[in-house]
Design a protein around this ligand. Structure first.
Ligand SMILES: Nc1ncnc2c1ncn2[C@@H]1O[C@H](COP(=O)(O)OP(=O)(O)O)[C@@H](O)[C@H]1O
Ligand SMILES: [Mg+2]
Length: 465
């Protein structure tokens, strides 16, 4: 496993705790990706060992051969192939968000909308969309861009146990006190290298006290990214964040929040403090289009010196349904298959096998309970409905209504029948959850990943037929 750990170490760890979505961890089995460990570690093989010992020997060196007899064409080829496999993994591995611009594909519209919201409108932003759609990656690459424009960007990942005071204490600890209007440039406080943290009350505090401190920012603009906001359980945290936005907006503070989560978080924030509606904007992350998918796969092509032919590209694009996570998973698998076969062109046969594998592994990674529910007769009978529901839910937050499913099914079933059947998967077979509230009832798949699995399986079935 050394090679694996090394890979992880080389990826700069962003601040915040758990970046990697446990549900989206790379599902590729080790044997698919483990190249010969000698190359990865840089551990010299037998020949290298000799060289190293020779170099360590004292005294003048006797003449030696230039190359080891081991360094023949075959090992060179093996090393070369291992290097390319590793390069492909680096380029298309799907277990980490993208943190650097070079590895970021497409998303120009989202990026410019985000920049515009921050720079022109000076509003707070909620970036929303389903898991794996690329919110965290966008946030990181945006942060890099904003830092170049001299914004002070603080990234924080929210965990289930996030606490308002603790979270913002660590945010404040990263804002130098010289940016506070109460501190003169060259004064003793400025010289001490303190941060905004020293101005916060001890213990627990609320949005108002925090805004008192943050309203003092001068000489820069501060952007606070709260990633994975939907994971926060504490209702108080969320209410305080709404209150904070209200206070910062009222006082025209030079601090803006960028929150990633689900659309519901946006409604909720506005629900807590209706007056912030005009100070906050929602940015939906849409599925990637085919041009963006191509651009993403291009990263793999360049790294591993391979090429996805038009048919492979089309299949990966279709199967991934706009999820960059799936594009990477499929692109990586298909690329490895071609490379195993010493081909540099990835064809649709590779893509097809990749899809089958990903579906199988995906299914196996679901909790047993979910797998059992998917295998039940009800699911088999209503497969078409479930697939339509999955498609209907591929909007930004996964929620869909009876009407959405009706539209997906081409209007062949009555809305009443659809509602009845959807409820079956809420009450009898536990695959969907239902949100009560004003307006139409909303449904959503209870376990993330089920919808993508359904859509991929359906697309595969169509292909086979
Ligand atoms: N624009 C992009 N270009 C390349 N890869 C991306 C892009 N956006 C997301 N990804 C990849 O997709 C996966 C999920 O992205 P992530 O940002 O973690 O999504 P989210 O935060 O919405 O769950 C990661 O493996 C990430 O590397
Ligand atoms: Mg994320």
């Amino acid at each position: 496993m050394i090679w694996k750990r090394k890979l992880r170490d080389e990826t700069a760890e962003p601040i915040g705790s758990d970046q990697v979505d446990p549900d989206l961890s790379d599902t590729l089995p080790d044997n698919q990706t483990a190249p010969a460990p000698t190359v990865i570690d840089g551990t010299p093989g037998a020949s290298g060992e000799v060289w190293r010992r020779a170099a360590a020997e004292p005294g003048p060196m006797l003449p030696r051969f230039m190359a080891s007899a081991f360094d023949d064409v075959e090992t060179d080829l093996a090393n070369e192939s291992a290097r390319r496999r590793l390069a492909l993994r680096d380029a298309l591995g799907a277990s980490q968000p993208v943190i650097a611009r070079e590895s970021f594909a497409g998303r120009r519209e989202a990026m410019s909308a985000l920049i515009n919201a921050v720079e022109e409108q000076r509003v707070h932003v909620v970036i929303y969309g389903e898991r794996g759609i690329g919110k965290t990656s966008l946030a990181h690459v945006f942060a890099e861009t904003a830092r170049e424009a001299r914004y002070l960007v603080i990234y924080g990942s929210c965990g289930t146990a996030a606490n308002f005071s603790d979270m913002f204490r660590s945010v404040c600890a990263r804002v130098p006190r010289i940016y506070h209007n109460s501190v003169l440039p060259n004064s003793a406080e400025a010289e001490k290298g303190d941060t905004f943290e020293v101005m916060l009350p001890e213990g627990q505090y609320g949005a108002r006290e925090l805004a008192d401190v943050m309203a003092g920012v001068v000489g820069t603009r501060v952007l606070v990214i709260l990633d994975e906001y939907d994971r926060v359980v504490d209702v108080n945290f969320r209410r305080e964040v709404a209150e904070l936005i209200k206070n910062l907006s009222d006082r025209a503070a030079r601090v803006q929040l960028i929150i990633t989560g689900v659309a519901l978080n946006l409604d909720e924030l506005i629900g807590y403090a209706p007056s912030i509606r005009r100070n906050i904007t929602g940015l939906p992350m849409r599925p990637m289009n085919s041009v963006e998918v191509k651009e993403l796969l291009r990263l793999g092509e360049r790294a591993a010196e391979i090429r996805y032919d038009a048919a492979a590209l089309a299949m990966i694009t279709q199967m991934a349904g706009g999820s960059p996570y799936l594009v990477r998973l499929l692109g990586h698998q298909a690329g490895l298959l071609a490379m195993n076969d010493n081909r540099s062109v990835v064809g649709d046969a590779d893509a097809r096998v990749a899809v089958e594998r990903v579906i199988a592994e995906w299914q196996a990674s679901l909790p047993r309970r979910v797998q059992a529910n998917l295998a039940r007769d009800e699911a088999r009978v209503h497969w078409g409905l479930l697939v339509a529901a999955a498609r209907a839910g591929s909007s930004a937050d996964g929620w869909f209504t009876v009407d959405d499913v009706y539209a997906e099914m081409g209007g062949v079933h009555s809305p009443l029948a659809i509602e009845r059947d959807l409820k079956l998967f809420v009450n009898t077979v536990d695959l969907l959850e239902r949100r009560e509230g004003p307006g139409d009832p909303h449904f959503r798949f209870g376990y993330p990943g089920v919808a993508s699995l359904l859509m991929m399986s359906a697309a595969m079935a169509r292909l086979a037929a």
